[in-house]
Design a protein around this ligand. Structure first.
Ligand SMILES: NC(=O)c1ccc[n+]([C@@H]2O[C@H](COP(=O)([O-])OP(=O)(O)OC[C@H]3O[C@@H](n4cnc5c(N)ncnc54)[C@H](OP(=O)(O)O)[C@@H]3O)[C@@H](O)[C@H]2O)c1
Length: 315
C-alpha cells in the first residue's frame, strides 16, 4: 500500500517537474516559501494565492483580477469586492479609462497598500520619454497611489525606445517595482533587448485554451520574462464556458470550465487575470488551488489550441 502511494507520488513529481516552469504550488494555508514537486513557490502572508518571482526578485501573485470594461461605480464595487475576497493583483490600464475607479475600489477595500500588486499600462498615444513620464504620473494620480508594482508598455507602437528609457528611470527612482511589456512578439522583444539596460520582467499577452502561445511561452522562458495571460477565459468567446472538453475534464473534479482553464494556466506557470463583475464568479475563479489536472487532462486541453487570436479586432 505504502509503496503504491510512493509510486503515485513519483508520477506526480515527474509530471510537475515537467510542467512547472516557474514557481507554483497548491493550496496550503499559511505563509513562507515551500518546495513541492521540485518547484519552489512562495505564499505571501495574508493571502492564499501563490506568487511567482520576477527576474528582479519581486514577487507577483500568480492569479489576479482584470478590470477591462469595469468603469465608474461598477469598477469601484468590483475592485473592492475582489480585494475583499482575496485577490491581491489588480490589472488596469490608462486606455481602460478606469484608473480612478480602480483607485477608489482599492481605497474602499481598506487594504494596506503593501498587500497589493497593482499594474497599469502606458497607452500608445503616450509613447516617448517625456510623454511616458507624464502619463505614468497621471496614472498614479488617478489611482491615488505613490508607486506601481508593475508598469507595462501596452502595445509595441510609437517611440518604444523613449518609453522604455522613461520606465527605466522611474524604476530606478523607486516609483515602479517592476517594468514590462504587453503584446510584444519575438521581434519586438529582440529589439527591446538590444538597447535596454533593464530587462522586461513581464510580457502580458493573449493566452487561453484556444490560443495557447506555446512558442511565445518557450521564448519568454528563455529570456527569463514572466508570461501573463490576458483574457485567460477568452472572454467566453468560441464557446469557452460550454466547451465539452473543458466540461469533461471539470466533471472529474467537480469544477467549472472557468476553473479548469485557470488551473491550466496555473500549472503552466502563467499569471492569469480573469475579470468578473459578479461576486460568485470572482469566488469561483479563486477556487482553483484544491485540485490538480493530470497529464491526460493537460493533453486534452492542449488539443483545443487553434493557435490564432480570438480578438482579431484588436490586431
Ligand atoms: N494587455 C492587453 O492588451 C489586454 C487585453 C485584454 C485584456 N487585458 C486584461 O486582462 C483581463 C482579463 O481579460 P478579459 O477581461 O478580456 O476577459 P476574461 O477575463 O477572459 O473574461 C471575462 C469574461 O468572462 C466572464 N467570466 C468570468 N469568470 C467567469 C466564470 N467563472 N463563469 C462564467 N463567466 C465568467 C465575465 O463575465 P461576468 O462579469 O458575468 O463574470 C466576462 O464576461 C482584462 O480585464 C484586462 O485587465 C489586457
Amino acid at each position: 500500500m505504502k509503496r503504491k502511494k510512493q509510486a503515485e507520488g513519483m508520477k506526480r513529481r515527474e509530471f510537475f517537474q515537467r510542467s512547472f516552469t516557474i514557481a507554483a504550488g497548491t493550496m496550503i494555508m499559511g505563509s513562507g516559501t515551500s518546495t513541492l514537486f521540485g518547484a519552489t513557490y512562495s505564499r505571501r502572508s495574508g493571502t492564499s494565492i501563490d506568487t511567482v518571482t520576477l527576474n528582479n526578485g519581486i514577487k507577483m501573485p500568480i492569479l489576479g483580477f482584470g478590470t477591462l470594461y469595469l468603469n465608474d461605480e461598477l469598477g469601484v464595487r468590483c475592485v473592492a469586492d475582489a480585494i475583499s475576497l482575496g485577490y491581491r493583483l489588480i490589472d488596469t490600464a490608462t486606455v481602460y479609462g478606469n484608473e480612478e475607479s480602480v483607485g477608489a475600489g482599492i481605497k474602499k477595500s481598506g487594504i494596506n497598500r503593501e498587500e497589493l500588486f497593482v499594474t497599469s499600462k502606458l497607452w500608445v498615444d503616450d509613447s516617448g520619454y517625456e510623454n511616458a513620464k507624464k502619463a505614468f504620473q497621471t496614472s498614479l494620480d488617478k489611482l491615488g497611489l505613490d508607486y506601481l508594482n508593475l508598469y507595462l508598455i501596452h502595445r509595441p507602437r510609437g517611440d518604444v525606445k523613449g518609453s522604455w528609457r522613461a520606465m527605466e528611470d522611474l524604476y530606478k527612482e523607486g516609483k515602479i517595482r517592476a517594468i514590462g511589456v504587453s503584446n510584444f512578439e519575438d521581434n519586438h522583444l529582440d529589439e527591446l533587448m538590444s538597447y535596454s539596460n533593464i530587462k522586461p520582467a513581464v510580457n502580458q499577452i493573449e493566452t487561453h485554451a484556444f490560443f495557447q502561445q506555446q512558442k511565445a511561452k518557450e521564448g519568454l522562458q528563455k529570456y527569463g520574462i514572466q508570461m501573463e495571460a490576458w483574457s485567460p477565459l477568452a472572454q467566453g468567446r468560441n464557446g469557452h464556458f460550454t466547451n465539452e472538453t473543458l466540461a469533461a475534464v471539470g466533471k472529474k473534479y467537480n469544477k467549472t470550465n472557468a476553473q479548469v482553464s485557470l488551473r491550466w494556466h496555473y500549472q503552466r506557470g502563467i499569471v492569469a487575470i480573469p475579470r468578473s463583475s459578479q461576486k460568485a464568479h470572482m469566488v469561483e475563479n479563486l477556487n482553483v488551488f484544491d485540485f490538480e489536472l493530470d497529464e491526460s487532462d493537460m493533453k486534452k486541453i492542449s488539443s483545443l489550441d487553434l493557435n490564432i487570436t480570438q480578438f482579431p479586432e484588436w490586431e
